[in-house]
Design a protein around this ligand. Structure first.
Ligand SMILES: *Cc1c(COP(=O)(O)O)cnc(C)c1O
Length: 348
């Protein structure tokens, strides 16, 4: 396979966050207690048994990561070892087999390499989204773990997650539905957490928001996170706070932004419960962050039947979110020095 093929003729700058079929996907099956030899497939369809636990009982987990093209043409992954760790935490929580570290990285790298022509070029604002997934397959009607598993990795070139965004401001609407119970599965990237949120997102969109904002399920007081992104808040006293909660997804973007804030921007950072209604007046800037969303400043929040402005002077992007965004994206694209050793180059 010649990986130095020309790039696809796509309008890279116009891409949204959508599935676009690429040429190859990695597949590896776990049968009789062992991982079988992997294959690179062209068929994007999976054939699974109608009794597969992934279909009935959501025995499945997934990851989301991105590959970016640097100015010199090298292909960069961002902290892939953290996706590997998190995927295996989810697998363990759902009694699914562990994916060995080398197998995970090989799967990611070979899928990116095989789809070289689909990796958005430098300077287009687009990137290659990578979706690893592990699903329980095989026949199983009773409620018990699957006996067979498929690990698959596919990729799709993507643009901004929230339409209109580069650093576009988004609005969030507090949902009266809960996302995850305090001792439930909210901290794992598993399909079971998301189907229940579809309605919350629909309701948020009906209100004119981009996404739902969830409060803690126990009391409905503290900020958990948005439907697919974590929250960070720059307080008026200059501290960058991110909500502490057992029910939120431990985001790699959030962790990285907190580190950048502390080490490179010299800000105080805190992870603690944030009570929405009593603390809102102390918010200076707010952002929703994740691999897909990158960092989107939050302009307004809907709660208690009204819109509340985060930015008191209308919808702008504040200096803290701007600086965090520029630094994170600069590192991810290889434009700024990778002082934390976060980048992983994929050989082509
Ligand atoms: C994936 C995800 C995030 C962001 O995690 P990253 O590792 O930063 O991509 C945040 N919240 C939810 C619910 C998610 O699914």
């Amino acid at each position: 396979m010649n990986k130095k093929l020309a790039k696809k003729d796509l309008n890279w700058a116009e891409l949204g966050f959508q599935y676009l079929r690429t040429d190859f996907r990695y597949s590896c099956s776990f049968i009789n207690g062992e991982w079988q030899p992997s294959t690179m497939l062209q068929d994007e369809n999976l054939v699974v048994h109608e009794g597969a636990p992934a279909l009935h009982y959501a025995q499945q987990c997934f990851e989301g990561m991105k590959a970016q093209t640097a100015e010199d043409g090298s292909i960069l992954l961002f902290r892939p070892e953290l996706n590997y760790e998190r995927m295996n935490q989810a697998a363990a929580r759902l009694l699914m087999p562990e994916i060995p570290a080398l197998m995970f990285l090989d799967a990611i790298e070979s899928t990116v390499q095989a789809n070289y022509a689909w990796i958005p070029p430098y300077g287009t604002g687009a990137s290659l989204y990578i979706r690893p997934m592990l699903i329980g397959v095989g026949e199983n009607l009773g409620l018990q773990p699957a006996r067979r598993y498929d690990f698959r990795v596919f990729v799709s070139p993507v643009g901004p997650y929230y339409s209109g965004a580069g650093l576009g401001v988004i609005n969030l609407a507090v949902s009266n539905l809960d996302r995850a119970a305090p001792r439930g599965t909210g901290s794992f990237k598993i399909g079971a957490n998301y189907a229940g949120g579809l309605m919350a997102t629909r309701m948020a969109k009906d209100l004119g928001a981009s996404e739902a904002l969830y409060l803690d399920a126990a009391e409905g007081r503290f900020i958990d996170e948005a439907g697919s992104a974590n929250i960070i808040i720059s307080m008026k006293d200059g501290t960058l706070v991110s909500p502490a909660s057992h029910a939120i997804l431990p985001g790699i973007t959030r962790r990285s932004l907190m580190t950048i804030a502390e080490v490179q921007l010299g800000l105080n950072t805190e992870q603690r419960p944030v009570e929405l209604r009593t603390e809102f007046e102390s918010f200076d800037e707010m952002g929703a962050c994740g691999t897909a969303a990158v960092l989107s400043p939050v302009g307004q929040i809907w709660y208690d039947r009204a819109w509340h402005n985060v930015y008191k002077d209308g919808q702008t992007v504040g200096p803290v979110m701007q600086k965090l965004y520029d630094t994170l994206v600069g590192i991810q694209k290889g434009e700024l020095e990778d002082t934390f050793g976060w980048l992983h180059e994929v050989s082509i």
